[in-house]
Design a binder for this molecule. Structure first.
Ligand code: AMP
Ligand code: MG
Length: 348
């Protein structure tokens, strides 16, 4: 090979390498941050994404909110002709055909009744309606009324057969308020991903899922709300990538009467709002549906049982905050939780 042709070969190689290199490192177009929020599923829904263009980001967010609205329209207790409305109307009379989504949520709810020792119960509607927390008719029921409603929460009376659902007890009511929001977050995330979103988050009133990292590769930091009534700051935060974080607390929906605090998380055993040392429970898990269900049920379990339960669950972690402003963090996330409000302490 002549010196010349060697040289030109080298040059050609160099050109090729430079071309290849610039193709690999060609700066991906700067992503734009797009955010929207709306009142949906009885709460503030917030979605933030990073997308190639503002138009693409907005289109993905709109589709995700449409999906959440569809879920509300099929699973709400109060929207006329929703699946759950129809199931409740037909209680004691007939089985109702439901959508595959409703079926999935109901079946998941039944499984969680088993895993949580009955602290999570999707047919608690008679008690939930009786208390009416957050509704115009909220009141402290009489002990007799509570005893009566407690007679209508036996999940054995819920019959699922094929795509049909029936409440065999005519006084029983289904309420998916402790599970549908988490399901909606997971479904919204699927819609966003299908529309090309790789970085962002969905926040449905404290039920959060972080998609990927921030565009610069750093994790999302999700704050945990101060459970003290009236406070609006975040008391802690933790990094999150492709995971969910969901908080339930006694400060979210409640009323006060004669100095007593009555909130929206009902202990099926007593028929009263769960009363123990806890003020909030945060669950970190791979899906928001697990987080939604378990934040509610671990709150019912209380501090020690709740901690033991979470430690026994694969892939689930939790932060339990007590009335004394003490936080208990499970082993899988030790060292990841950062205190932002020094009134609160991690004690374990
Ligand atoms: P969350 O705000 O996620 O804790 O869910 C609370 C909602 O779940 C309430 O507003 C009720 O609709 C419902 N709920 C309350 N207590 C329970 C329970 N023990 N099991 C299942 N659902 C419940
Ligand atoms: Mg919940």
């Amino acid at each position: 090979m002549s010196k010349f042709s060697k040289k030109s070969l080298l040059l050609a190689l160099l050109v090729l390498l430079v071309t290849l290199f610039s193709a690999c490192s060609s700066e991906p177009k700067e992503l734009v941050q797009v955010e929207n929020d709306t009142f949906i599923l009885g709460t503030r829904g917030q979605i933030r994404v990073f997308a190639a263009t503002e138009k693409k980001g907005n289109a993905a967010i709109d589709k995700a909110f449409t999906k959440i609205q569809d879920i509300e329209d099929t699973m709400s207790t109060s929207i006329i002709n929703s699946d759950v409305y129809n199931i409740n109307q037909a209680a004691g009379t007939s089985a109702v055909k439901v959508s595959p989504e409703t079926l999935e949520v109901i079946q998941t709810g039944v499984q969680f009744y088993e895993t949580t020792g009955g602290t999570f119960n999707i047919v608690l509607g008679s008690l939930i309606e009786l208390w009416g927390i957050g509704k115009d008719w909220q009141k402290v029921p009489t002990a007799a009324e509570i005893a009566e409603s407690k007679g209508n929460i036996d999940i054995q009376q819920l019959e699922v057969s094929g795509n049909k659902v029936m409440l065999k007890d005519a006084e029983m009511l289904m309420d998916l308020g402790g599970i549908a929001k988490g399901y909606a977050v997971d479904e919204a995330v699927k819609v966003l991903k299908a529309n090309g979103i790789k970085n962002g988050f969905v926040n449905m009133g404290g039920d959060v899922y972080a998609i990927g990292t921030k565009p610069d590769g750093s994790p999302w930091y999700i704050g945990i709300q101060n459970p003290i009534i009236g406070a609006t700051n975040a008391i802690m935060r933790m990094p999150l990538v492709d995971r969910s974080i969901v908080t339930s607390g006694d400060y979210e929906r409640y009323f006060e009467e004669n100095g007593e605090h009555y909130h929206h998380i009902i202990d099926p055993t007593t028929g009263y709002p769960a009363r123990n040392e806890l003020v909030s429970v945060t669950i970190i898990s791979d899906t928001a549906i697990e987080g939604d269900v378990l934040s509610t049920s671990v709150f019912v379990m209380g501090l020690q049982k709740g901690l033991d339960f979470v430690e026994g669950q694969e892939g689930i972690d939790a932060i339990l905050v007590t009335r004394n402003k003490e936080a208990y963090v499970t082993s899988g996330i030790k060292g990841q939780v950062e205190i932002l409000d020094n009134q609160f302490k991690i004690v374990n």
